[in-house]
Every structure is written in structure tokens, then in C-alpha cells.
Write a protein that binds this ligand. Sequence first.
Ligand code: DHB
Ligand code: FE
Length: 319
Amino acid sequence: MAKIIAGIGSSHVPAIGAALDNGKTEEPYWKRVFSGFEKSKEWMAKTKPDVAIVVYNDHASAFSVEMIPTFALGCAAEFPPADEGWGPRPVPVVKGHPALAAHIAQSVILDEFDLTIVNKMEVDHGLTVPMNLLFGQPKDAWPCPVIPLAVNVVMYPPPTGHRCYMLGKALRRAVESYPEDLKVVIFGTGGLSHQISGPRAGLINSKWDKSFLDNLSKDPKKLTRIPHLEYMREAGAEGIEMVMWLIMRGALDDKVDEVYRFYTVPASNTAVGHIILENARKASGTGKVAGKSRRGSAGKSRQAAARKSIHRIASKGTR
Ligand code: DHB
Ligand code: FE
């Protein structure tokens, strides 16, 4: 059985991609940003997922105002980097996983979430920047296949946070009904608070962002009740990208271990947020984040409780 073992939240600021592509990572401004992802790259290198589902938004690269799917699942064999105005980013072509993607499409659509199936698509910074932050800068190939899930957060009306959270749950059911043993990680990307145009351009709300991250870990259902207007008011017009993190969160256990968090202000005009959440009953083989780990004895006793409850369910024969 395939299993989602962990979720990763990460901002996808395009200037981060430009800093990588133009060799600026050692400049103090950018070092502050990249240093927050060093432990995450170690975690990812140890975790070695077989597949990554990357929830992101297209920024008028693959789609335009002519056609705006609310949820679009990438089922192709590959997804080239898009030209966003300066030529395609010098990153490897993203290889897909058409068999798992087709299975997810069938499972999720029959589960009454009407995804758009996309068999040809270029991917922009929304997907490639978080890939770099977690997988580094491979020259020829990314270390695992990727299933892109593009969400409309660009043109009104985007989906609600609750819809996103419930879609995460449907994705999990889809993955868990795939017969092959695969370790899957899921990314939620975008945010955190930012507004890139208009009188409030440059808006950043660290207090709101940090409370979002706290609740993402501990009380995600509370986040599902945040209306669009609150995202706009508190986190800026583009802060609405944060609903995508709720798809990632919905695909995880109700109780998770927060193994890493990073927050810095600013990158370009944007607050950068990052979190790694592991399912307490994860498959073996995930790498632990050394150093800044937030896992404490509470996490360990949750794991023990989870193990006990698995035992209880198994002995009742309901599993
Ligand atoms: C910017 C663009 C984005 O898509 C984003 O998520 C953050 C920042 C920008 O243009 O700076
Ligand atoms: Fe964006």
C-alpha cells in the first residue's frame, strides 16, 4: 500500500529561484533564507520519498484568464519548467508518475472531488522553488517523481480552506488505495503573508502567520473556518495561497509531529514560512531533523498512544 508519511509547507517566492539561478545564495540577505532549509534538505535526503505530490498554484504560466481550473492534477510523464519571462529556469524537467496520478484522479473524482485532468503542462516557480528548497539543485534529474496539483488562488473565487482540507483527506484515501508500497510526501506551497501590488504592497503579518503555523500543527480544523476575506485582510491579497497548505494538512493524520519549522521576513516582499509535519504512525525510514527539532516527549507519548490504538483496532478485527 502507498502511504503519505509526511507533509511539507513551503513558500515559493520567485526571487528565491532567481537567487539560486544567479549564484546569490551566499549573499547575507539570501543566506538568511537558505540557511533555514539546510536541515530540511538533510531530512529529505534521509526520508527518500518514492513520490512527491506538490500542491501549488500556477501564476498564469500554464493557464491564463482564458481557462482557470480550480483543482488540476498533473497526470503527464513530464512537466517542463515554464518560461516566466526570463526563459525557463535552469532546473531539471519534472518527471511525473502517470500510474499513481491516474489512480488518484479516479479515486478522488469517484470520491466526488471533480479534478481537472492535465496531460500536458509546464510548471512555474510555484512548484520548482519549493523543490529546490527541499531537494537542492540537482543538475540532471530530481530525486523522485512528482505529481503536481495546481490550485486556483489567482482569480476569484478560489476554493475554501475547508474544501482544500477535505480534498487532502480524499488524496490520502486515494494514495492508500494504491497497491504498490510507495513512500509519499505531500507539499503545500505558497504564502505566507504577502501582497505584491496595490496600496498595501509589501504587507507582512508575522503574528498572523505564526498563529497559522501553530494551528496547522495542532488545530488545523480551526484554520478551515478562516474566510477568504480574513486571508486578504490579515495576510494580504496573495496570502490566500495559504489555503493550499490545508490540502497538505488534510492528507495527514489529525495528530502530527512537527519536526521542523522556519520563518523569516522578508524574501522579496514576502514572509517565508516552512514546516515539516510527520504522521505519528509514519512508515519507517524518515530522517529526523537534527538540532532544531520540535518533537518532544509529548510527540513520543502520542506515538505510543497511536501504536496502542492500532493494536486495539487490530485486535477487534476491524482493520
Ligand atoms: C512573489 C510572487 C509569488 O508568486 C509569491 O508566492 C511570492 C512573491 C513576488 O513576485 O515577489
Ligand atoms: Fe505565488
